[in-house]
Design a protein around this ligand. Structure first.
Ligand code: HEC
Length: 504
């Protein structure tokens, strides 16, 4: 009797031991554990140090908080590294695995590589034999510009003070383009913005694009450029965002570094852009799953170069889908866990060719519930707006076409695809934020059409009326055989010029 009990006891003990978390005894057990020198430092060099090093990448103001170069620098972070790679928060990349291998700025590591970090941390972060270490990786030291030595660095003319009480501020600043700075028009090959302070949330400069936290610098594929015009001042649309409060004011003077094509070097394409955006949504308080779509139809064959999905704090996920003329469809980009802090542009290694007639649909989802840890106020009805506490659904994509007819990106002009979008006008001009454009908020040009627009006669244009007005306008323009001019959306407009606001 006694014996069988003790057998049972041992059996229980064995079972319990087997069920103990592996970490508890791996320090001695995992003799094969990777060491810093033989494996971990190789991964850090390949996947992490572009950001995690002294003077590391400044991605639109996102700078990694620590260097992971030497053993002493890395050792204290071992457990944190294991956690962040296991949760797939590091390296930062938000596209689904279905798109692995497509984008040239992809930052992903394999399961085996995750495992190396995890086993290394569990084994107590052993240093290993320096003889097995790789050569230290050399990083450029030319002022830390990721595009290499720039041909021209442009500053905003004057430093600007972002006052203590500012939480969100949109303002236009300028770089005066003197003859000394730029004697003649140049074709731009690479662009790197550098925010002048941590209060910069995003910058948009017509023709040069812009930057938001997490953006990589732009390096155009050979043969593609945007044009910088001599004598044409640069307009900087600055969005500052910070915690307001005494002593939080900061000076900012942001910069952009440029590399040019050599004069005479062949440049065949200027990049074109389409902003697939919606302005007519309202997120109900607490709603955890609100979605909207916008689309763009290519009227000639195009090669898609990049995507940039943009929402604000309540953004949850986003997807671009192509619907081809032959009836088939394909997911182009799926971002299942959108993160507002990482405004990643997804840039193809090999451009994606889509035939004329392809419709690309951008669909985005928001979580306005209390379960969204970034939600500043789950009790609010949320509409389109520029502050991060309002929302956007903006699916940007850039492309090139053989006819090269679309002008340049971000309002560089010349597109024949410009359309007036009444829902955008309502969103932009709705001062009292009630989701409608009161007659006294409306621009003068609209008043002539007011009787046609305001069909329910409440002296306001709501989103339903705005969409009806879009349809009526489109019809009118088709009848006249011409397209409407784009309305000046005024200060603070996102580059929604070529927007196609969905189901018209
Ligand atoms: C594109 C730049 C970039 C790359 C590549 C990158 N990181 Fe990071 N990392 C950051 C930034 C910026 C932060 C701070 C903000 C954040 O946590 O999102 C961060 C935060 C971290 C943290 C958390 C630090 C803390 O304060 O708690 C760890 C750990 C980490 N990274 C490890 C890694 C490892 C390991 C790799 C490579 C496998 C890696 N990172 C690749 C930019 C990067």
């Amino acid at each position: 009797m006694k014996r069988s009990i003790s057998t049972l006891g041992i059996a229980i003990l064995l079972v319990t031991m087997a069920a103990l978390p592996a970490a508890a005894n791996t320090e001695s057990a995992d003799l094969e554990a990777p060491t810093f020198h033989n494996e971990v430092s190789r991964l850090l060099q390949a996947e992490c140090q572009v950001c995690h090093r002294p003077n590391g990448a400044n991605l639109g103001g996102m700078v990694a908080p620590m260097a992971l170069v030497t053993y002493d620098q890395t050792r204290p972070w071992a457990k944190s590294i294991a956690r962040k790679v296991q949760s797939r928060e590091m390296p930062p990349w938000h596209a689904s695995a279905g798109q692995n291998g497509l984008f040239k700025n992809e930052r992903t590591i394999t399961e085996e590589e995750v495992d190396v970090f995890v086993r290394w941390a569990a084994a107590g972060a052993p240093v290993g034999d320096p003889a097995t270490a790789p050569e230290a990786r050399e990083w450029p030291t030319d002022g830390g510009w990721m595009i290499g030595e720039p041909d021209l660095v442009l500053n905003v003319d004057e430093p600007y003070f972002v006052e203590d009480d500012v939480e969100d501020q949109y303002i236009y600043l300028k770089t005066t383009m003197t003859k000394d700075l730029l004697p003649e028009n140049r074709m731009v090959k690479a662009i790197e913005f550098r925010p002048g302070s941590s209060a910069v949330h995003h910058i948009i400069v017509p023709n040069l694009g812009g930057i938001a936290p997490g953006n990589d610098p732009t390096i155009y594929t050979d043969g593609i450029a945007s044009e910088l015009k001599a004598g044409q001042d640069l307009q900087w649309q600055m969005h500052y965002h910070k915690e307001p409060g005494e002593g939080t004011g900061v000076w900012d003077q942001s910069q952009v570094a440029l590399k040019f094509y050599a004069p005479g070097e062949e440049v065949k394409y200027t990049l074109q852009g389409a902003g697939l955006s919606r302005f007519d949504f309202a997120l109900a308080p607490g709603d955890a799953d609100v979605t909207t779509t916008a689309e763009h139809v290519f009227d000639e064959e195009a090669r898609i170069v990049s995507y940039l999905p943009h929402m604000h704090l309540r953004g949850k996920s986003a997807k671009y889908t192509a619907y081809y003329p032959d009836g088939s469809s394909e997911i182009l980009l799926d971002v299942p866990k959108y993160d507002f802090n990482w405004q990643t542009a997804y840039e193809y290694g090999e451009f994606k060719t889509v035939p004329a007639g392809t419709k690309v649909v951008f669909q985005s989802w928001w979580d306005n519930s209390a379960d969204n840890p970034h939600n500043p106020d789950p009790t609010a009805t949320v509409r389109w707006g520029e502050p991060t506490t309002d929302e956007m659904s903006f699916g940007f994509l850039s492309f090139i076409t053989e006819s090269n007819s679309g002008g340049s990106m971000f309002g560089g002009g010349g597109s024949d695809r410009d359309e007036m979008d009444m829902t955008a006008i309502v969103a932009f001009m709705d001062e009292n934020r009630d989701g409608k454009l009161q007659k006294d908020e409306a621009p003068k040009q609209l008043l002539a059409y007011w009787a046609m627009i305001d069909t329910n006669k409440d002296d306001a244009m709501d989103m339903v009326e705005a969409k009806a007005a879009n349809a009526a306008l489109a019809k009118m323009m088709a009848a006249r055989g011409q397209k409407a001019d784009v309305e000046d959306k005024g200060p603070g407009a996102e580059p929604t010029k070529k927007s196609s606001a969905g189901d018209r």
